[in-house]
Write a protein that binds this ligand. Structure first.
Ligand code: AMP
Ligand code: GLY
Length: 429
């Protein structure tokens, strides 16, 4: 099979890498790709905001299957456009992608279908927002509608901050979700859906803040890990029963059947899991960690979703743990300078370690340079989380570029949880 992947970040590098390992795949083309993807796929330029551009690429490539990575093409209707031309495409339609592209739609949908989430109000004007705010305790969460690359959410600590956030986030004619602040640990739960059923792929934990100890502004994600301990069977079954399956049922009942990856952003609250948000695609950097453990042929996953056969799929993960550390440009998540030379990329990474490129480009002289905020995602898989992290950090340590920043505490929650358990066990002895 010849596969076309749309996107050009760390997630798409991991998807292309996994596709290349499939015995069913003879060629991978990625549009637009990046410097690292160019080593595993043929890269062709494309504007991911232009459905017409992407359709032209697909017409030229003539793929057997198209895989859509990012949310922007999904929200623009790329799956509808390609499917209408008879091109098999993995991912949700534009209508189904509203689960990510509109927070107001999603909150109302969750409420309509009794799926647990934070109490909320949708405001369409500053007056409505100001009138709604007193009903919420501080801190309160404010979310701009639409796609904002993880940066459209403010957690306001005081009524004054909340009013400022309303002014900052509420675009004319748009809406704003105001919701109750939930306490707990966050989990990224990935379910594969075929319009009728949802099955579990894996869970991972992201690290959204730029700073160690979860401080500073939100980013697209600074690192992730994937262990079985994150998703005990009982939690997996509960997330399928209370969140993923009711979402698939609800979308089908509303004539927007959901096919693709349903990425459930979950808060594990004292009284049970609640939905923070949905994404209608693989997570980045969660995917870089998860795919290192995925043993099932990834083409089988895509086809099961398209053909309505997810329940027939045996999803197997390699035992152990995987982890991924993001190396970012100076200034990220704010404005960054690009074109900085990256050193240390030429050595072959050790076994079970992969250097996925996110924002990179090749200069005319062949040198690899930075081309975005998140530059590289260094991922490793091992027997346990400590070893996976040690491997990923060792590989990251061989790479340098001016202003490079990364978090040194990826996996800290899992590691301190394990330490607490060890202490409790030794206390009992
Ligand atoms: P979202 O884009 O909706 O996932 O929000 C981005 C981040 O803001 C989440 O990953 C959480 O860390 C935080 N967040 C969102 N909603 C809430 C909430 N209701 N309570 C606490 N934190 C939240
Ligand atoms: N890592 C969060 C996301 O992909 O949106």
């Amino acid at each position: 099979m010849k596969i076309l992947v749309i996107g050009g970040g760390g997630r798409e590098h991991a998807l292309c890498w996994a596709l290349r390992r499939s015995p069913r795949v003879t060629a991978v083309v990625c549009a637009p790709g990046n410097a690292g993807i160019a080593a595993v796929a043929e890269c062709v330029p494309v504007r991911q905001t232009s459905v017409a551009d992407m359709v032209r690429v697909a017409d030229a490539v003539k793929p057997d299957l198209v895989v859509i990575g990012p949310e922007v093409p999904l929200a623009a209707g790329i799956v509808d456009a390609l499917s209408a031309r008879g091109i098999r495409t993995f991912g949700p339609t534009q209508a189904a992608a509203r689960l990510e592209s509109s927070k107001a739609f999603t909150k109302d949908f969750l409420q309509r279908h009794g799926i647990p989430t934070a109490r909320y109000v949708v405001a369409h004007s500053t007056e409505e927002a100001t009138a709604a705010l007193p009903a919420f305790a501080m801190p309160v969460v404010l979310k701009a509608d639409g796609l904002h690359a993880g940066k459209g959410v403010v957690i306001a600590q005081s009524p004054r901050e909340a009013e400022q956030a309303v002014a900052d986030l509420l675009a004319p004619g748009a809406s704003l979700v105001i919701e109750e602040f939930l306490q707990g640990e966050e989990l990224s739960f990935f379910a594969l859906c075929d319009g009728e059923h949802a099955v579990s792929i894996a869970a991972a934990q992201d690290h959204k803040r730029i700073g160690e100890g979860d401080t500073g502004p939100n980013t697209g994600g600074m690192g992730a890990y994937c262990t079985d301990a994150l998703l005990p069977d009982a939690l997996r079954d509960r997330l399928l029963r209370e969140v993923a399956q009711p979402t698939v049922d609800g979308m089908r009942a509303e004539d927007s059947p959901f096919r693709g990856i349903l990425f459930c952003g979950i808060m594990l609250c004292a009284d049970g899991p609640r939905v923070l948000e949905f994404n209608t695609r693989w997570g980045d950097p969660e995917t870089e960690a998860i795919l290192l453990r995925l043993q099932t042929d990834i083409v089988d996953l895509f086809e099961a979703s398209i053909n309505g056969r997810v329940r027939d799929l045996a999803v197997r993960l390699r035992p152990g743990a995987s982890a991924c550390v993001v190396l970012a440009s100076a200034g990220y998540p704010g404005a960054v300078q690009t074109g900085t030379v990256i050193h240390g990329l030429h050595a072959t990474p050790p076994p079970d370690t992969e250097i996925f490129h996110a924002g990179t480009a090749i200069y005319a002289d062949g040198e690899v340079v930075t081309a975005g905020g998140r530059v590289l995602a260094v991922a490793a898989v091992a027997e346990n989380l400590q070893e996976a992290l040690a491997q990923a950090y060792a590989a990251a340590g061989t790479i340098t570029f001016a202003g490079m920043q990364f978090r040194r505490d990826i996996g800290h929650r899992a590691l301190s949880r394990a330490q607490r358990q060890d202490r409790q066990e030794s206390d009992q002895v």
